[in-house]
Design a protein around this ligand. Structure first.
Ligand SMILES: Cc1ncc(COP(=O)(O)O)c(C=O)c1O
Length: 465
């Protein structure tokens, strides 16, 4: 096995994965220059002149203040523990122990972990399922209206709501209407826009709309999933009307490292300043139109690509050739292309912000090789999971994991309460959450998922004893 260090050497394989800077090619120019400086010269502690995200003084504080003003919000904080750390801090600022929060079924697992940390009950809202692709689509306002009528009763106060927009696959939600609806119910709204940083910097009136323009109270952007920053970098934007500043600050202090990397903080600052520049707008428009042309070209040549609202997420419909996305991913690796997200019915590539010459040819070659491998009989669709209504677990995730449990074959879990999370990663969207009672339908659906990706969905499950 090569050492980690050996694996970090330059690599000729095509990077169609996150982070989206494409192995450095699309990093902001000032960050590239910094990284060419004497190695390690930038690895500094929170010196007084640098400070940190939670300090009042120093360069980080002044950058955060300037960027918040430029974005038209009250505050922002850089994050060096991914979107994860900031989403968790946001959720725990909205909800006290003993509260509940509304979470869409396609919420990232870090939000379940936040509920676990804070003794918060998740109230799950259904999200449309795309059976031909085998994954969640995006929320619409009519669906949310129906999910909240009657108003869910978790037996404790519901203190906030989280939305995902856009999804990993680039599907965008009716974000303005969703936020207005939740605000009308008196709830603060945090939007996980990890995959949609670029939306907040696109030309005015362009669609899809960023949750920031749609009035969200908290928005988290991943600066490496949808902007060209270094891995682990993220930013939290805050409007103070519905979420108290002091609570949010305390929550961040609980969850963030006391030794943030100066390099990662500089990446946050430089990436956000780069996104505000004119250079960025034209670079983004170029990448976007190249991606649209690529998809048109491939479709004309018979390649099946599922539609997405984000042209930079290319979802190859491998199931239509009779090949799972997991097997297709192996084939891509053998052909020197690293994809991002393999799933039972498709394989998603993140085109990112680096320029890729000859990509159409390589993807066409891959599609033809898959067609030979697949034998032409399409895989069967994945039926909708039995999660089409609002649901409340019987126990909070932390309670369920503290109780005595046993491990049973999935088939024998009907009517038992889950004591563990089942969550393929990527994409990190839980299929089962600790505290949920497993109905017969749910058990059958999970078994069918186990058959499709046994490495990700276990056949033996921890349930309460
Ligand atoms: C929708 C969504 N939110 C949050 C996260 C967590 O982001 P990070 O890995 O940067 O902590 C992910 C990661 O895959 C994600 O897909």
């Amino acid at each position: 096995m090569p050492s980690l260090l050996e694996l970090l050497r330059p690599d000729r394989r095509l990077a169609m994965h996150l982070p989206v800077h494409g192995r450095g090619a699309a990093l902001p120019p000032r960050l590239r220059r910094l990284l060419r400086q004497s190695p390690g010269s930038w690895d500094l502690p929170e010196l007084p002149e640098i400070g940190g995200p939670l300090e009042r003084q120093g360069a980080v504080a002044s950058s955060q203040a300037q960027l918040a003003e430029a974005m038209g919000v009250d505050h922002c904080w850089f994050g060096v523990n991914g979107a994860t750390g900031l989403l968790q801090a946001g959720l725990l600022a909205m909800a006290q122990p003993g509260d509940a929060v509304l979470l869409p079924r396609n919420a990232h697992r870090c939000l379940i972990a936040a509920c676990e940390l804070g003794g918060v009950m998740p109230v799950f809202l259904p999200v449309p399922f795309l059976a031909d692709r085998g994954h969640a689509g995006s929320m619409n306002a009519e669906g949310l209206r129906q999910s909240l009528d009657p108003w869910p009763d978790p037996g404790r106060p519901i203190s906030g709501a989280v939305l995902v927009h856009p999804t990993y696959h680039g599907y965008s939600a009716e974000i303005r209407e969703l936020i207005e609806l939740l605000h009308a119910k008196g709830l603060p709204v945090m939007v996980d826009e990890a995959h949609g940083t670029h939306l907040a910097f696109a030309a005015k009136r362009s669609r899809p709309l960023s949750a920031l323009a749609a009035g969200a109270d908290l928005v988290v952007h991943s600066l490496h999933k949808s902007a060209p920053g270094l891995a682990q970098t993220a930013v939290l934007w805050h409007r103070a009307q519905r979420v108290d500043h002091a609570r949010l600050h305390r929550s961040l202090a609980r969850l963030q490292t006391t030794s943030p990397s100066a390099l990662l903080l500089a990446s946050c600052e430089t990436t956000l300043n780069w996104l505000f520049s004119h250079h960025w707008s034209s670079l983004y428009e170029d990448r976007r139109s190249e991606a649209i042309n690529l998809v048109d070209d491939l479709r004309r040549r018979g390649v099946h690509i599922h539609a997405s609202d984000d042209p930079l997420r290319l979802i190859l419909a491998t199931g239509e050739l009779g090949v799972s996305g997991l097997d297709a991913d192996d084939l891509c690796m053998r052909q020197g292309v690293i994809a991002e997200l393999p799933e039972p019915l498709c394989l998603t590539f993140c085109l990112g912000f680096a320029r890729h010459r000859g990509l159409a040819k390589r993807l066409l070659r891959i599609w033809r090789a898959l067609a030979l491998e697949g034998g032409g009989v399409p895989l069967t669709q994945i039926p909708d999971p039995p999660l089409q209504s609002t649901s409340i677990p019987e126990l909070t995730p932390d309670e369920a994991q503290r109780r005595a449990h046993c491990i049973r074959p999935l088939a024998q879990c009907v009517d038992h309460i889950a004591a563990e999370l089942i969550c393929p990663y990527p994409p990190g969207v839980p299929l089962l959450v600790p505290g949920e009672r497993i109905s017969a339908d749910r058990c059958r659906w999970l078994q069918s998922q186990h058959q499709r990706w046994p490495d990700q969905v276990p056949g033996m499950v921890k349930v309460l004893a």
